[in-house]
Design a protein around this ligand. Structure first.
Ligand SMILES: Cc1ncc(COP(=O)(O)O)c(C=O)c1O
Length: 414
């Protein structure tokens, strides 16, 4: 059985229409593959022409539990019939259960709910600065935060201020001061950058957009030790790595460390609605006072109803275990392609970065050829492809995707 059916002419026409409407009227801040997705179920999506594709991106891990997960859709539908938005001017009966469950899952005291990942990062930065001035005693407006080269934490002006990616920064200055970037994976450089005004270290436990860069096993424990010794907060951006993707609730669990603040997003909203959060203990999150920070949609009952259902899925541990088991199989399969057009494979859990031999093809070209074969994946940084299928994917489907990549590379090698 092949999962790719032949498109009909009329359906193809309408796909071209959708693309031209986007080209005409949507800002050109993305360069999507030429596929128009109209339905999704589990690990599969269907395009406007009726062709099926294995979704090996899962919306950058926002769809960890698969498209249309029955428990998540039921939670959303039930809430749609009750109430969707109250603002935080009033209490609602969904926020309390959600923050209680998420705090328990993370083994922390408090949760600040927001919407997008970038907002969680911005919130983490504000909390760290306020903690620095109010608790640590840093001189007013002198706080600095240490980040890592190659980071990706979102797209706001403050966040791009500490990016090293010129494409993300060019023509968007002036930038927010107060950040120092050090090489990722180098604990000594990180310690050397700390001074009396350092309030936090902000890191991705695995750098996703950089190409699934997994640091050495002793790096995050060293960061934890250095930050504790220097009275500096350790903020782990688990927006992409967290909530099951790497075979654990948090990648920090795999590394054996507990950060001061977790930044969560993406899968927290079940692939249904934006929902992000900063999670930490009262001695840090408690610095926020009424009126200092907020968001109209942050903590809304629709998002938190879905978020509670997401936490309930994670509480069973089933998805974490599955990602770990399937991930080993995926990485084994991908390692079999080393020397056959693949120069390096990195990963953790069900999350893989594959460096294609740049002499053979760009990551984009490989993704286009994979798409023709019914596999959707996304390139990054020229010759890298990342794979992050929904955790509900089946073993034989993963094997099939690796087989497609193998055949694409064979085709390119001629
Ligand atoms: C590690 C990390 N942090 C933050 C973000 C920003 O999230 P959002 O796109 O929801 O603002 C992303 C998005 O890719 C991410 O991967």
């Amino acid at each position: 059985m092949t999962p790719v059916s032949t498109p009909t002419a009329s359906a193809t026409d309408s796909a071209a229409d959708f693309i031209s409407q986007e080209n005409e009227h949507a800002a050109h801040n993305y360069h999507p593959l030429e596929v128009v997705v109209s339905h999704g179920e589990g690990a599969w999506v269907t395009d406007a022409a009726g062709r099926r594709y294995l979704d090996c991106l899962a919306a950058y891990s926002a769809v960890n539990f698969g498209h249309g997960h029955p428990a998540l859709v039921a939670a959303a539908k039930d809430q749609l019939d009750r109430i969707t938005l109250t603002s935080r001017a009033f209490h609602n009966d969904r926020l309390g259960p959600f923050v209680t469950a998420l705090a328990r899952l993370a083994n922390k005291d408090m949760v600040l709910p927001m919407n997008t990942g970038a907002e969680a990062v911005e919130s983490g930065i504000k909390i760290a600065r306020a903690w620095g001035y109010r608790v640590k005693g840093v001189e007013a407006n002198q706080a600095n935060i240490i980040v890592a080269d190659g980071n990706f934490h979102g797209r706001t002006t403050t966040i791009i201020s500490f990016s090293n990616d010129e494409q993300a920064r060019a023509d968007f200055g002036p930038f927010t001061p107060g950040f120092r970037s050090v090489p990722y994976g180098d604990a000594a450089a990180l310690e050397a950058a700390i001074d009396a005004n350092t309030v936090a270290v902000l890191l991705e436990p695995i750098q996703g957009e950089a190409g699934i860069v997994v640091p050495a096993a002793d790096y995050l424990p060293a960061v934890r030790e250095i930050t504790t010794r220097n009275n500096v907060l350790f903020i782990a951006d688990e927006i992409q790595s967290g909530l099951g993707r790497t075979g654990a609730t948090f990648q920090c669990d795999n590394a054996g460390v507990v950060p001061d603040l977790y930044l969560l997003g993406k899968a927290l909203g079940g692939g249904i609605i934006p929902l992000s959060a900063v999670v930490g203990n009262r001695d840090i999150l408690g610095v926020l006072r009424p009126g200092e920070h907020g968001s109209t949609f942050g903590g809304n009952p629709l998002a938190t109803a879905v978020g509670l259902a997401v936490v309930e899925l994670l509480e069973t541990g089933e998805y974490q275990q599955r990602a770990r088991r399937l991930g080993e199989r995926l990485l084994d399969g991908l390692r079999g392609l080393l020397g056959h057009g693949v120069v390096e494979v990195r990963g953790a859990g069900l999350w893989a970065g594959i460096d294609i031999d740049p002499a053979l093809a760009s990551g984009r070209q490989v993704c286009e050829l994979l798409m023709e074969r019914g596999v959707l994946a996304k390139d990054t940084h020229g010759s890298t492809i990342r794979l992050a299928p929904p955790i509900v994917v089946e073993e034989h489907e993963l094997d099939w995707a690796v087989q497609q990549l193998s055949e694409v590379l064979a085709e390119l090698r001629g």
